[in-house]
Write a protein that binds this ligand. Structure first.
Ligand SMILES: NC(=O)c1ccc[n+]([C@@H]2O[C@H](COP(=O)([O-])OP(=O)(O)OC[C@H]3O[C@@H](n4cnc5c(N)ncnc54)[C@H](OP(=O)(O)O)[C@@H]3O)[C@@H](O)[C@H]2O)c1
Length: 382
């Protein structure tokens, strides 16, 4: 089996690669940079992951080709195209620009036009199945109800241009599969997390943005954080005489809001398992790669507070007379936390049919979330 994978230098893609290699697949990685640079980055990321087990020569067998979603023809030479499409059985398109506040043009370029370019490459490999990593957030502004895996509509509008770009890419895949009778699997993960954050230089998780934002914006000069930590470390006597300064901030959002968070290693495992087992089809099948249980937004902010002693975050539907810092948080930080929070749930029928025999993901509880937030680096001077 010959597999082409985009996005292998990313948070999810490096885990998909490890799962593919553990199953003995022959993989070519397509990504930005020279093949040597790509190999160095991918080797570091995949080696740092400690599961599933790999044979000693698994990574050495990976092939690399330089390609960029934003370049015509992905920037591939005709020789590259012939090489990567020959005998190709599966094309995983995981690469994307993930930016909640980006301008529309770069997002459209990378996520929509880039996907079209990947499909043009798949045209040259008629025997290959296409596996596309989308997002559960293609459901957009829809706040309530049970989102079916077959749902794909724009009637509720979108909270971010990122969501819209992934929705448009999914539409493109449907048309392409219909016109060419092609086999397409669309995976829609929810917000992916790990409680084993990677050191700097390796792929990071998106919740790190929230930690940096709170560290940089609300805890401002870091002096407050450091003095709070000092007060804690000083022990009960000094802590009595130097009480923690409590910083209270309001965050605009739905106090009843929930997020669907899923362990990224589980997501990669379930996706590759489902892909390997899928019966051939001539259309699109869609799988929600989501956790069976949503987590309350308040549980997430409460875990975030443990990272910054003295910080108190309250979720409120209306932000009246916001302070300057609350305005800053609303502008830059709210997208990740509050745009992610809904009361909707996700149908998982196709996921369970394909990989329901795998153990369910562990519940995401306070201690897990605390570890998610504990690992993110907050640069000094942020
Ligand atoms: N993380 C989540 O919570 C989450 C949730 C739902 C869905 N997803 C989806 O999962 C996929 C992977 O996300 P991730 O979290 O792994 O993101 P990530 O860590 O930001 O990785 C993005 C990957 O895309 C590549 N990429 C970006 N622009 C590119 C371009 N112009 N040409 C070629 N490659 C490009 C990056 O390469 P460089 O290393 O060169 O930048 C990197 O390998 C995306 O499709 C995303 O929409 C992620």
């Amino acid at each position: 089996m010959s597999v082409l994978l985009t996005g292998a230098t990313g948070f999810l893609g490096c885990r998909i690669l490890r799962e593919l290699l553990a199953r003995g697949e022959e993989v070519t990685v397509l990504g930005r940079g020279t093949p040597d640079e790509l190999r160095a980055r991918v080797d570091a990321a995949v080696t740092w992951l400690d599961a599933p087990p790999l044979s000693a020569d698994a990574l050495a067998g990976v092939r690399y080709v330089s390609g960029d979603l934003t370049q015509p023809g992905l920037g591939l030479t005709p020789e590259d195209r012939a090489r990567v499409t020959q005998g190709l059985t599966a094309l995983w398109h995981c690469a994307a620009m993930i930016a909640l506040e980006a301008e529309p043009a770069p997002l459209h370029h990378a996520n929509v036009i880039g996907t079209r370019r990947v499909l043009e490459l798949a045209d040259e490999a008629p025997g290959a199945r296409v596996l596309f990593v989308s997002t559960a957030y293609v459901a957009g502004r829809r706040r309530t109800g049970h989102v079916m895996e077959s749902d794909l509509r724009d009637g509720d509008g979108f909270q971010t241009l990122y969501e819209e770009s992934k929705y448009t890419a999914e539409r493109l895949l449907h048309t392409w599969a219909r016109n060419g009778n092609r086999d397409v699997t669309v995976f829609r993960p929810s917000l992916l997390v790990t409680d084993r954050p990677a050191p700097e230089g390796l792929p990071q998780q998106s919740t790190d943005v929230a930690v940096r934002l709170v560290g940089g914006t609300l805890m401002g000069d870091r002096a407050a954080e450091q003095s709070a930590v000092r007060a804690l470390l000083a022990g009960p006597r000094d802590a009595d005489t130097q009480p923690l300064e409590i910083r209270q901030y309001r965050l605009k959002g739905d106090p009843e809001g929930t997020l669907n968070l899923l362990q990224v290693d589980y997501a990669a495992r379930v996706m590759v398992t489902a892909a390997v087992r899928a019966e051939p089809t001539q259309s699109v099948r869609t799988l929600h790669v989501t956790h069976p249980e949503n987590v309350r937004l308040s549980a997430v902010t409460s875990a975030l507070q443990t990272r910054f002693p003295g910080l108190s975050l309250t979720i409120t539907p209306k932000l009246t007379h916001p302070t300057v810092l609350e305005q800053l948080l609303a502008k830059h930080g709210a997208p990740l936390l509050t745009f992610s929070a809904h009361q909707r749930t996700y149908d998982r029928s196709n996921l369970l049919a394909a990989a329901g025999d795998l153990p369910a993901p562990a519940p995401i509880e306070h201690d897990y979330l605390r570890r998610v937030f504990a690992g993110a680096e907050v640069p000094l001077g942020a």
